[in-house]
Design a protein around this ligand. Structure first.
Ligand code: HEC
Ligand code: HEC
Ligand code: HEC
Length: 131
């Protein structure tokens, strides 16, 4: 009978230790930060494409923009709704940073959380340098 108690206690301790990482994560997990929409973006209401598309594909879209500008010289992007945007990573009107005015409050919020560090701003002007 005594053995049975020991086995149960042992099992309980084992289960606790074995699942410790799960408990730890439950307690310590922080939720992803909300990227801050600028007043300009709020006024515009919509992004270049749907929010779902932007979250998943903004890197590819930027690559397409870069290739189009550099290879063809065309600088205007027309989305499926017929709205036009300035294909630029700089602060120009109707461009990514032109609307999401703060790279730090918007782009970086996500990138820091996801530990991605796009090298684009090695060359492109980080908008914080202007005012
Ligand atoms: C004219 C303003 C405007 C421009 C230009 C613009 N955006 Fe947006 N963006 C918005 C708005 C408004 C939202 C929120 C959309 C929503 O909630 O449906 C948004 C949402 C996003 C999101 C999703 C954010 C989240 O909360 O998950 C990403 C990522 C994003 N934009 C990146 C970009 C990039 C990269 C560019 C340039 C290629 C760009 N945006 C250009 C206005 C803009
Ligand atoms: C909703 C969160 C979110 C927002 C907001 C956001 N990004 Fe990102 N971005 C990501 C994630 C996550 C990755 C990495 C994706 C991957 O590697 O597949 C990424 C990757 C990128 C990359 C590719 C980096 C590389 O080295 O391949 C570029 C370029 C980029 N983001 C630009 C921007 C710009 C510019 C903005 C602001 C206008 C922005 N992002 C806003 C989440 C976000
Ligand atoms: C080695 C320097 C360098 C790096 C790194 C770089 N670019 Fe560029 N990019 C340029 C130059 C130069 C142009 C041409 C400027 C022009 O014609 O207006 C350009 C043009 C662009 C354009 C179109 C014009 C404009 O005003 O923005 C986009 C969009 C762009 N790059 C996106 C990116 C993205 C996204 C990344 C990171 C994944 C990136 N670039 C990294 C140098 C660079």
């Amino acid at each position: 009978m005594n053995d049975k108690k020991k086995i149960i206690t042992g099992l309980a301790i084992f289960l606790f230790l074995f699942t410790l990482p799960i408990w730890y994560n439950l307690v310590s997990a922080t939720s992803a930060p909300e990227p801050e929409l600028s007043a300009k973006a709020k006024a515009a209401k919509t992004c270049v494409r749907s929010k779902e598309y932007m979250v998943a594909e903004h890197m590819q879209l930027l690559d397409v923009w870069r290739d189009t500008v550099v290879r063809t010289g065309e600088r205007t992007y027309t989305n499926p709704d017929g709205k036009q945007f300035n294909m630029s990573l700089s602060t120009g009107e109707n461009s990514c940073i032109g609307c999401h005015v703060s790279k730090a409050d918007f782009c970086d919020k996500c990138h820091n959380y996801a530990s991605v560090n796009p090298y684009c701003w090695d060359c492109h002007i980080d908008p914080k340098e202007k005012k």
